[in-house]
Ligand binder design. Structure first.
Ligand SMILES: [Zn+2]
Length: 291
């Protein structure tokens, strides 16, 4: 999956949004996937205490990120920053870049799946190393489409943005988006702070693979809908990892670790190594939030 951190960083610097790359679809097989089911909130260690065999690879990963990320310690829009800016929640816009109709039922299933997959990451932080939140609620506040008739509901549970096209795709209003507005006030967003969005779930018909960054996560709309029944929606999980700073591993592998989610194609879900990479990001950034 494309690690679009550098692109995302560049986009912020230039004040524009860049489209992200298209890469090959994942080919993760169940046989390659270390079981991640044992990682639960109740099992989270209270302190920085990775298994001894993971200490060296974790240090390798952090050093690699320090040498390859353009502004590792200065960048201020990681998923971490977004959670803290809100005081512990995240809002989403769905960019439905497809002509396939969406029923109210499908809409709700998409929301539920996003919430469930996000929780797999956030639950790893509960009770760990002075992380302050027992949960990080995720709420979809808007949908963006080309044609209102694509959305087959009439309730006002989400804001609907029609034919607001950026990057050749529907987008929720920029005055409501954290990627564009950083004062936390959202004065020009019709729904104000309550209806602002931190990230976009960008679902594109025919899109292969995925992309992720501070702006959200992108993948094929067909992939998302066809994976609604899966416990692990692998591409979404991987791209959320990027939102929280985690890197790709296309050209190297840390010492002594096997398959893991952020090494695309080598695991289908979050492994213990992925969990500790997430916690390592927190370890390095937590002082930013006075923790
Ligand atoms: Zn990736």
């Amino acid at each position: 999956m494309t690690r679009s951190w550098k692109r995302a960083l560049l986009a912020v610097a230039l004040g524009v949004v860049t489209a992200t790359g298209v890469v090959s679809p994942l080919t993760a097989s169940a046989a390659e996937a270390p079981g991640a089911g044992g990682v639960s909130a109740a099992a989270n260690p209270a302190t920085w205490s990775p298994p001894s065999n993971l200490v060296t690879p974790l240090n390798q990963v952090w050093s690699h990120q320090e040498s390859t990320y353009g502004d590792l310690y200065g960048f201020r829009n990681y998923g971490w920053d977004q959670v803290f800016a809100n005081g512990g929640y995240l809002n989403f816009c769905v960019r439905w870049d497809s002509s396939a109709p969406v029923s109210a039922s499908l809409r709700d299933s998409i929301h539920t799946k996003l919430i469930q997959q996000y929780r797999k990451w956030m639950d790893l932080m509960v009770g760990h190393n002075n992380w302050p939140y027992a949960e990080v609620p995720v709420k979809v506040v808007g949908w963006a489409v080309r044609d209102r008739n694509t959305l087959q509901w009439n309730d006002n549970s989400v804001d609907i943005y029609v034919n607001n096209i950026r990057e050749n795709a529907p987008q929720c209003a920029e005055p409501c988006g954290r990627f564009f507005v950083r004062d936390g006030q959202y004065r020009n967003c019709p729904g104000g702070v309550a209806r602002h969005y931190d990230q976009s779930l960008w679902l594109t018909s025919g899109f292969g693979g995925g992309a992720g960054g501070d702006w959200g996560q992108r993948m094929g709309s067909e992939y998302f809908v066809n994976s609604l029944g899966a416990n692990d929606m692998t591409i979404l999980l991987h791209e959320i990892g990027h939102t929280f700073g985690l890197d790709d591993f296309y050209d190297w592998t840390p010492s002594g670790v096997g398959g893991f989610l952020m090494k695309a194609g080598s695991a289908s879900g979050i492994t213990e190594f992925d969990a500790w990479m997430l916690r390592d990001w927190w370890r390095h950034l937590k002082s930013r939030y006075g923790r």
